[in-house]
Each structure stands twice: as structure tokens, then as C-alpha cells.
Design a binder for this molecule. Sequence first.
Ligand SMILES: [Zn+2]
Ligand SMILES: [Zn+2]
Length: 423
Amino acid sequence: MTLKTFHDSVEPLLGQIDFTFLKDNRICFTCLGRIFAKLGQDGDEEGLSNQVRGQEIKRMKDVPDPTEPEDCWLCEGITNDYPRFASMAIEKMKEWEHDTFLLGSKFDAEMVEKEELIWSEISGEFSEPIKAEFNREVGKLVHIEMGKEPEFSKPDIVAVIDTMYESVNLQISPLYIYGRYTKSKRGIPQTRWPCRQCMGKGCSKCDNTGKLYQTSVEEIVAQEVMKYSGGKDHRFHGMGREDIDALMKGRGRPFVVEIKEPMKRALPLDKIMEALQDPDLGASATEMRPSDNDEVVRIKSARSDKQYMISGIIQGDFSEEKLKEVVASLGEKTIDQKTPTRVKHRRADKIRKRKVKTISILELSGDRVAFAITAEAGTYIKELVHGDDGRTIPSVAGELGVEIKVEELDVLEILDSDDPGAD
Ligand SMILES: [Zn+2]
Ligand SMILES: [Zn+2]
């Protein structure tokens, strides 16, 4: 049926095409058929092979005799070698767990030029590049042999076959796992923090660890994941971050951990989460599931309100009544925050406007006070309380006319939009 479709569509063309170029530059049946690859494609059907197209053309018209593929002026035998190239790719890919793959290839520039010459001397209108045929045909063989699905947008592995050097180069896509982390120990940064002195190489200042902080949420989570996935390296994408000395409570902060060049992709996430419940670790993760790079983008751009608990010591005379008044005046208030003194060395000095959604007194005993605060993403909470020498206006300390020494700051909840509990 497809053969007839091909026959009918190619027949009126053959009379107008001059094949004499092929007298001195003899090519194989497959390369001949590929000049008309776009004819005889039957909807979703596989269609004919280019080799069958070539045989049909030879039957219909007196074209110069095709050669064996090995003697082909154009492909030099490559089109006859697809099973061998497929085996090479399979041999390399099978060491890496994957569900999907994409096959690519590299060809000699001279071969590509020869093909373009054929298009200009004979016809290029219905042709297909040898590279496209190669990727499709070898990809088909790999699919049949390994049972893995070809995937164009987000393959687990890309195998690029270099037909000149007979080598296969693999690009292993990262593995992405989503989760939410809580932090139960202070002094743990979210991500790896290299030693500033040696930039991670290891020096006397950091006891040759290369690190300013001995661990991080990133390392705690990634190490557990990599016990099962293997992999070369990791990255950690959090939906914002809390201070190093702040705890992260509640449902936890959304993150995506990215594992570079994982050996395995189907992971026992329940086991991993169970291991991460160990309180000695200082950080724990829940709600873990497979993710992708799109979610990294979503997480990095999310602007969620957050709930905090912040405690401190009020230094100076104040009345409880006045404190309650000040707190009541700050709810729903938009505040101006100059870049805090503590981060001025690494951020541009500018003014942020942020909205305090709610603020209430959680605890007041003597000069010890604790507040519950819900605020917009990016609000400097410590500065909202202590005022940062007038750099945040208004602030609790500023309005109360005293100093407040902040002791602890914890994030109680991230109210991200995916959270059904958030509004
Ligand atoms: Zn050929
Ligand atoms: Zn160092």
C-alpha cells in the first residue's frame, strides 16, 4: 500500500530529474531512496525504508547502478551498519538506569557537503539528511532492543554517536526530587558553604574540610538520596531560605534536590524519608516525589508569605500597654527596610517595601518577649523587631523607644500557593 503511494507520487517526478551526477559518484540503494524520503510516508504508518525507495526507483527508471553500501560515495557503508551503532549505544547506556532516551549523531563535515551536493545536482525537495535517517533508524533499534522510549523534550539520557570516531558520548540528565524540609538544629545553612579562604580546596582555617559549615540541609538530604541514586554531584533549590541560626518548622520549606549524573532514577523515597527522620541529623525531609527542572523554576520564583516566631530581650523601660499598642499598629502595615547592616557587605544598599500581614505577642515575661509574625516574602523579620538603628521604619523597638536584642528566629510555616492550607 505504501509502496503504491510512493510509486504514484514519485512517478511524475522521475521524468524531470537528471541522475547523471550519480554516474561518477555512485551511491547505495538507501542513499538513493533517501533523496525521496518524504514521499510514500503514509500518515502514522512507519512508511517504507529508504532502501526500498531506492530499489523502487531503480525498477522504475534507468538510473546509474547503485553500489553496495561499503562502496557508496556518500555514506561509505554507514547506512548498512545501523545494528552495530545501536549495539555501541546500548552497551554504553545500559550502565545507567533510564526510562527514556534520545539518540543524536555526529557526521563528517565532508559527508554532509557531499549530501548537499546531491541535493543541488539531483533534487533536495523530498530528501532527508543522512543524520535524520541515522538517528531514527538507530533509535528504533535501540528502542526494540532495550524497550526504552525515545523522548525528545526531556530524555533521561542523550546518546550521541560519533560516526567518524566510532564513539558514543552520553549526556545523563540530572535527577530531580521534590520535598519539604524542616530544620531542628540551629547553625545549619541551607546549601553547602565553601570556606572563603580556600574556596573549597581545604586549608588550615577550615581544618582541610573546605567548608565554613560542616554540614547543610543540602548535604544532609543529598547524601541520603545519593546512597541510592549514585551520581557525581548535587545542587539544592529551596523556595527561599531561612537564616543559618533559624529553625524551620511546620510542614517545612519546599525544595528540589538535583543529582548530577545519577546511576539510578527509581528510588525508594519512603526509605530515604525514613532515614531523614533521624533527629541527630538536624534536618529532615517529607513529601518527597519525582520532580523536574520546571519545578525548580517555579520554586525559585515563588513569593510566599511566611509565618515566624521571633523572641528577644527588651532592653529599656516599657509598659505592656504600650507594647500592645505598638504591635497592634504594625499589623497590615507596609514597612520600609534599608538593606540590613548584617547583609550590607554582600547586597546592594536599597530600600525594600514589605507588608506585615499579622503580628501578635506570643509570650511576655519580664523583659523576655516573643512574637508571631506573618509577612510577605523577603521581609527582614529581625529588623522588623529590632529596627536596625532606624534602617527599618517602623519597627517594634523604634515605636516602643527601646532596644530589643533578638535571640531566636524560627520559620513556623511557608504559605506557598500549592499548599491547600494557604489562601
Ligand atoms: Zn550510501
Ligand atoms: Zn579553607
